[in-house]
Design a protein around this ligand. Structure first.
Ligand code: SF4
Ligand code: SF4
Length: 80
């Protein structure tokens, strides 16, 4: 899963782009629900939130490293 850092400026560009509805406004900045973020596996070959973020504050969460197979499993669980 990906992670939004506290550098986020709450521009709301990423939220509508997420195919898994994993992004929402959190306590101070936008947040990604790791249970819903498939790193866009199942939809796109790139991460749409990363593509649209104007300040590059979305990073790979070092504590949520997942394999392609695990991400695909999450996609199937969310959408079937
Ligand atoms: Fe959503 Fe894809 Fe970003 Fe994960 S990587 S939060 S699934 S847009
Ligand atoms: Fe924050 Fe980037 Fe999303 Fe804008 S696009 S709300 S700066 S994470």
């Amino acid at each position: 899963a990906l992670l939004i850092t506290d550098k986020c400026i709450n521009c709301d560009m990423c939220e509508p782009e997420c195919p898994n509805q994993a992004i929402s406004f959190g306590a101070k900045v936008y947040e990604i629900d790791p249970d819903r973020c498939t790193e866009c596996v199942g939809f796109y070959d790139h991460q749409t939130c990363v593509s649209v973020c104007p300040i590059d504050c979305i990073i790979w969460d070092p504590n949520q490293v997942e394999s392609e197979a695990e991400l695909l499993e999450k996609f199937v669980r969310l959408h079937h």
